[in-house]
Write a protein that binds this ligand. Sequence first.
Ligand SMILES: Nc1ncnc2c1ncn2[C@@H]1O[C@H](COP(=O)(O)OP(=O)(O)O)[C@@H](O)[C@H]1O
Ligand SMILES: [Mg+2]
Length: 684
Amino acid sequence: MKFKVGLFIFLLLLVGIIITLNIFFQQNYQAEMAAQFNQQQLMIAKTIASSIKTTLKHLEEETRALARLLAFRGLQKNGLPKFISDAFVALIEDIGMNMFVLDEKGAPLFSTKGASFNEDYHRLFEVTRRLKPGAVYFSDNIAGAGQIRLATPIRKEGRFIGSVIVGINMDDLTRKYFYPIKSGKRGYAWMMDSTGTLIYHPTEPEMIGRNIFKANESCYKCHKSFKTEKQILEAKDVGFSTYIAPQGEDKLVAFSKIKISHLSWIICVSIPYSEITASIKNSMRLHSLLVLSIFLATVIGAFVVVVINRERVKAEEKARYMDKIRDYAEELENTVQERTKELKSEKEKLDAIVSSIEAGICTFDEHQRPVWMNRVMHKWLSEERLKDFALSNIHGESSLMNAVCGAIVDNRLIQEVAYLNFGNKQGYFQIAATPLHTPDGQCQILVLIQDVTEMKKAEEQLMQSEKLTALARLSAGVAHEIGNPLTSISSYVQILRDMDFDNFTKDALDTIAKHITRIATIVRQMSSFAKTKAEEIKPFKVKELINSTVDLVKYDNRTKKIEIDVDVPEDLPEITVDGNQMVQVFMNLILNAADAMPEGGRLTIAGRSLNGEIEIAFKDTGQGIDKEYIDRIFDPFFTTKDRGTGLGLAVSYSIVRSFDGNIIVESTPGEGSVFSVRLPAHEA
Ligand SMILES: Nc1ncnc2c1ncn2[C@@H]1O[C@H](COP(=O)(O)OP(=O)(O)O)[C@@H](O)[C@H]1O
Ligand SMILES: [Mg+2]
């Protein structure tokens, strides 16, 4: 900004200087032009002066010559006019002129046409009397007669015999020499004599004859003073001066003096100063225009140069900048390449980790649509489920999904365990959801789904084992405390029954004995928990164990209405178990099946080998198990039967577990249940 203001002031100053210089130049040029013009005027003045002088000198010579000729000839009248006109004809025609030839007494012997002799001429005649031969007297009675007159005596052998007088009309003279003169357009020539009397003036003829030293008011109308004229009078032969007018125009004056005999005239040529200035004004205007154009061109040129230069400087700067940027870009590219490499290896590591994880990983966008999922997830999802797979429909239970989706809003990690069905895979899964902020500001949700079915089962089994262990400890005590008195009661009842009582007492004793048997059964079953160790563990053929169990239950009333199919291959690998305990397990399962089919049905006992395990499935066509009970049937004392103990399955489970086996239940209410006992196959 400061620079711009400075530049503006500098330009203003420059324009000022140029204008001032131009004015000086113009004034100087005007003065120069005036001086030159005056020189020209001076030339004109000199030319006029010299012409007039030559004319008068010639006339003087002619007059003198005529006088001399007439002296020779004599003044006899005969043939006189012809003689004179022969000598003077050219002059007569050239300038308007009167001529008189007078005799010794002053009587005119000859005169030019129209010329009237008067007193003035006579006075001149008198002057000639005293003149030496050849002398010519000049008279300039301009104010009076408007003529210049030359007079010379005619003397014959020294005797005065007459005189020649020539009069030249000033009008004619000036017409010849002054009229053609024009200085510029309005300039003119005028003449005064050495006394300051005006002899000729083209524009003020009435002032002719007036003297500057005797100026009156009328003279001062046009003249401020006659200082210039006076200076001219005092000056030498030639020169120039300036005339300052009181009103109107100043003038330039150049002058030249003529001296003939005693006469001294001054020819002046003058021109209005304004005419000179006018003549140069145009060129000055052009000059100013030229100067201004040059200045403007210079400024514009400079501006253009500055602009171009600036552009060039900018371009250079840009080029430098671009070079720098290129360097930076290279550096950046190298860095990016390095980082990319690092990232790539990191990504490879991550990919390896992700692909090695046996869990489903999936990211969902804010509309809960899947964005990406890993290999495991793809494997789990059936084609049908994959089509409309979304975060919201992973699980049917909306409260669980709300919690998962809430992770996006709350920005927290949630973990839930639920039973899920992906089509190709189902079971218990732990869902962990956490929000994921992408670099472009979007919020996604990352869901990690881990299969925890086995873990849950193990947990359940553990819980079951813990329950059974606690029960075993309790049972040991209870069986002992109840068992002993019960044996004693049973013995007494037995004795009493053998005694002879009335019918009522006999019936009562029978009922007591029946209930004791029932209590004894419970105590026995309870005590089987207490037996932590099996008596004899060895390999058994499954078929043999099943057959001996079926033989035993045949005698139970409950199995009367059902058909039992045994389908166990002979060559099925053996199982390493305690035979009695295993029979007890099988018996429990068969009796339960029989209980489930009170109106009769079919029980199929099938054995098969499965991945190094032996599976013995007890499939009945009974009433099945309600969904709400299925988790509890292995609990001790859980029963749905009026006279059930709820211990059968609990004991069986405890036995099978002790041989590293498992019991799996599948049941459809109304159709039937399958209890599958799995035990490790005996390795021979
Ligand atoms: N084959 C089966 N069909 C239907 N329900 C069964 C079957 N096996 C067991 N249950 C259910 O499991 C419960 C527990 O069985 P258990 O432990 O043997 O006790 P209890 O037989 O004394 O009731 C039974 O009351 C019954 O409801
Ligand atoms: Mg039972």
